[in-house]
Write a protein that binds this ligand. Sequence first.
Ligand code: A2P
Length: 291
Amino acid sequence: MVLILHNEIPALPLNNNNRIPQLGLGVFQVDNAQDTKDAVKWALAAGYRHIDTAAYYGNEQWVGEAIRESDVKREDIFVTSKLWNDERGYDETKAAFQRTLDKLGFDYLDMFLIHWPAPGFTESWRAMEDLYKAGKIKNIGVSNFNRSHIEKLMETATVKPVVDQIETHPYFQQKDLHAYLETQGILHEAWSPLGGGRNNALTDPVINELAAAHDVSAAQIILRWHVQREEIVIPKSTHEERIQQNRDIFAFGLDEDEMRAISALDAGKRVGPDPADDAWLKQSQSYDSRK
Ligand code: A2P
């Protein structure tokens, strides 16, 4: 059998029968208008139709502006934002969502996530369910939730999260949580898929050997590994050629041995905060997301 690969970005089905483009642009730590707008416009020109922002990133306004100034229609783009940890409670969550919409300049959002499992998330979820049922948010999900957080959420939830967006890269592969999410029909979305520039995944010898063998970059190998694990990936870059390169990961494939070689790199090493760290979660509730 000849496998014909094409370079289109797949749209993965969510558990509510909506779809999400498997690759998106992440804009974490892009903290000024010029860089944010350039990155979003370059991504849209390269064929991305999915942008991942958050209230906490402070750049929703520029994401919205870039989309309006582009040639791509709003309804053709899947935009995600996230509720910060200082916004808890039913009314507070609805008000925070409206601030996100106003900053983006949108009248609906494609996906809204609870950014971290900081205390009070079940009440926020109730508000998000109502916004979902009212059609203001097309999909609702969570981020940085461990299995125990999802189980707690589902004690009172009437709508299941469509995704869990969690730190995932070759040195922190989340194998157990990945398997659990699969059993729940919740898609695994990877943040810092390349290690966020905070580890050496991009210079890892195994990754670079595979890159040479496929005549692609180390970043493309890592992103390809994620998509073959059926994850959604949202690599961040503020460089046009990297944004283009990160999009070109659908015309080659890794075989089982190559996937296994990357699987063996798992070192259980995070680059970000641990969602099981209750002290950090509490402290994060004092970080201001309304800046
Ligand atoms: P930059 O924004 O300067 O391009 P992650 O998505 O895992 O958080 O990783 C983002 C980091 O990786 C950023 O430091 C980004 O830098 C860098 N990066 C993104 N794409 C590539 C690429 N194709 N090659 C090398 N570095 C990349």
